[in-house]
Design a protein around this ligand. Structure first.
Ligand code: FAD
Length: 613
């Protein structure tokens, strides 16, 4: 092939990692006849050894893969299920040999929305194949340059193939090439400085092992504690300035991904950046994990000295887009990498769809989606703030995790299920509230957590999924609308306002309890703290009004129009106590296959029989 060859597409996606293949499938499923090209230097037939980190999905990323990409069956057949997120803190840092040496927050039952422990290599290989079957072109080559033009002129992606060069032209170019930052470096779009990342300054080491003896972690017998597996979960072993993940990625080969996210302020890179040092770190600080590792066979080791970065722009007016690791990643603590990716992919598809359809509000969509996704990225970044100081404190972290889960299950998940993240009006309002209420409250809470750690306070352990810690039997996954029970999966059908209202209200209660336990009466009466409570209650009241307006606007609308149609069809249902005759067909087939020697057809019976009550 020579460098004069060029091809034109609607969208060229640089990188066929999880973000690239998922973006392609989402575009193909949502925009009929779209022409999509994917480019990646890794061959299509990736081996199981072509390992990638990023295995734990959460409610939103699983819904994206299962519901939006139609891969539920595929996930069940190929990737282990995940039973929640468990946290463990050593009771004494020098004794970490068994699971009983830790304080725990176990997930006690299967959460109502499933998640998955994903084998990334398998997923990327399989979805790339599916994309090709759906008509996408795959170029096994490396993007060496991209010419970005302004406005709607075609962009050019230059690809080096084994046998020469190729130019791919498209109006829309998506950078999904991970940390290569093809567009990021071109247009100076990436922020790496920890001062601009809420002081997050972290790295990560991880290994894969197979054929482990999982009973070293847990015997699996906990009849009085839980109705779900403890091993098939994401398990976080917590400690000062770090946390260690244990993620099973294959139930046949008993494969595990085990890694540490560490903060350089506490654990410098040079103390964990080789396999030997990482193993020694585990042996000393989480001996149980070390034993688990040693029970299996090593597959690989990786070290990433710098985890966190973010992008200034995600969806440019010049029709370039960044998604996945190319856009942002901070720390996999809550597995939000693929959540940010989900929001990004769905926004990009909607912008490209509206652009191809010449819709008048496309640029408004681009601006609002860009702001919303930047806000989501900012919040994901903020969630890691002060981890260097707080991760090892079981009491403080348990309160923090509880609060962060209130936002997640209370607002973000229902918002995603109801597709409110694509609704311009909702996003504008929610974006403002988010900045003014949530970020400012969380900033103060994190500072107060620091103060409590300074005082060596123990304000008890908050159990994320228990319903006996806040008034009114509140728990973080509580339903305030029938959005799951009545399958309100169509856009803007679920009553997200009920969730916003209740979440603000219960966060106010959480905050009052936190202040009381941590700071007593002076904490409760501090004007700044009272101001937060007031703002939360005010926002809750405003959302109550939004809820009423929403109910009025949607009165008479079915919760789910597919169910409504099925019910309508069912109105003409009549019971038919009869069967269609089949023995004649068997006899005929038998006659055809055996010719003259066929046995005589059995006497046909009329199977129409009245059934009397
Ligand atoms: C330690 C760690 C743990 C994580 N754990 C989780 C988790 O549990 N859950 C979660 O949701 N997220 C997690 N993440 C985040 C997760 O890694 C990302 O969400 C995900 O990997 C993003 O995938 P990607 O496709 O953007 O990037 P990649 O997986 O890096 O894919 C990029 C692709 O681009 C290709 N490429 C590179 N250069 C070029 C080029 N020049 N031309 C064309 N193609 C190119 C590469 O070959 C590759 O296939 C974790 C991240 C880290 C660092």
């Amino acid at each position: 092939m020579n460098n004069t060859q060029s091809q034109v597409y609607d969208v060229v996606i640089m990188g066929a990692g999880i973000a690239g293949v998922s973006q392609a499938r989402h575009l193909l499923l949502n925009i009929p006849n779209i022409k999509v090209a994917l480019v990646d230097p890794r061959p299509e037939e990736r081996t199981e050894k072509d390992l990638k980190v990023g295995e734990s999905t959460v409610e939103i990323s699983t819904l994206f893969f299962g519901k939006e990409l139609g891969l539920y069956d595929y996930l069940i057949e190929n990737h282990p299920p995940k039973y929640g997120l468990n946290f463990h803190w050593p009771k004494e840092t020098e004794n970490t040999e068994t699971i009983d040496d830790y304080h725990h927050i176990w997930c006690t039952r299967q959460p109502s929305l499933a998640s998955t422990l994903m084998n990334r290599a398998k997923f990327e290989r399989d979805v790339l194949k599916m994309n090709k079957q759906m008509g996408a072109s795959f170029y096994n080559g490396r993007v060496v340059d991209v010419d970005l033009t302004s406005g709607d002129a075609l962009n050019t992606v230059k690809v080096k193939l084994d046998e020469g060069y190729l130019e791919l032209k498209a109006k829309h170019v998506v950078d999904a090439a991970g940390r290569k930052f093809i567009i990021g470096r071109k247009v100076d779009n990436v922020i790496f400085d920890s001062e601009d990342l809420y002081d997050v300054n972290n790295g990560s080491a991880w290994v894969r092992v197979k054929n482990v003896d999982r009973t070293i972690f847990h015997s699996g017998y906990d009849p009085l504690g839980a109705t779900c597996s403890h091993y098939y979960a994401t398990n976080h072993m917590m400690g000062h300035g770090h946390w260690v993940w244990i993620i099973p990625t294959d139930s046949q080969t008993m494969e595990l991904s085990i890694g540490v996210a560490h903060h350089h302020q506490v654990i410098p890179a040079q103390s964990v950046n080789t396999k030997e040092k990482f193993y020694a770190f585990l042996e000393a600080n989480h001996n149980l994990v070390y034993q688990l590792l040693k029970s299996g066979e090593d597959i690989d080791f990786h070290y990433l000295p710098r985890l966190a970065h973010k992008s200034k722009t995600l969806f440019s007016q010049d029709n370039w887009y960044v998604v996945g690791d190319a856009a942002a990643i901070f720390d996999p603590f809550y597995s939000l990498g693929m959540v940010m990716m989900t929001f990004g992919i769905e926004s990009i598809t909607e912008i490209v769809r509206a652009k191809l359809a010449d819709e008048p509000d496309v640029e408004r969509k681009r601006t609002v989606y860009n702001a919303f996704n930047i806000g989501t990225i900012r919040s994901s970044n903020h969630l890691i703030h002060a981890h260097d100081r707080q991760l090892g404190h079981a009491s403080i972290m348990s309160w923090r995790i509880y609060l962060e889960n209130m936002w997640w299950f209370g607002i973000i998940v229902p918002m995603y299920v109801g597709k409110w993240h694509l609704d311009l009006k909702f996003l504008r309002k929610f974006g403002q509230q988010g900045r003014h209420i949530i970020t400012s409250l969380m900033t103060d809470v994190y500072e107060q957590c620091d103060q409590l750690i300074e005082k060596k306070a123990n304000i008890g352990l908050m159990y994320t999924h228990r319903a006996d810690q806040l008034p009114f039997h509140y728990y973080v996954t509580r339903d305030f609308d029938t959005y799951l029970q009545d399958s309100k999966y169509e856009p803007q059908r679920s009553n997200v306002f009920a969730y916003v209202k209740n979440t603000y209200f219960f966060v106010a209660l959480w905050y009052l309890k936190f202040l009381w336990k941590g700071f007593g009466i002076s904490g409760l009466l501090s004007p700044r703290n009272l101001y937060h409570v007031f703002k939360l209650l005010k926002a809750s009241a405003e959302s109550a009004l939004d809820e009423l307006i929403f109910k009025f606007k949607t009165r008479g609308l079915p919760a789910n129009s597919i169910v409504a149609k099925a019910r309508q069809e069912f109105e003409s249902y009549e019971y038919q106590p009869e069967l269609q005759p089949w023995t004649k067909n068997v006899a005929e087939q038998s006659l055809q296959s055996n010719g003259k020697n066929a046995p005589k057809a059995p006497e046909l019976v009329n199977l129409k029989a009245e059934i009397h009550s």
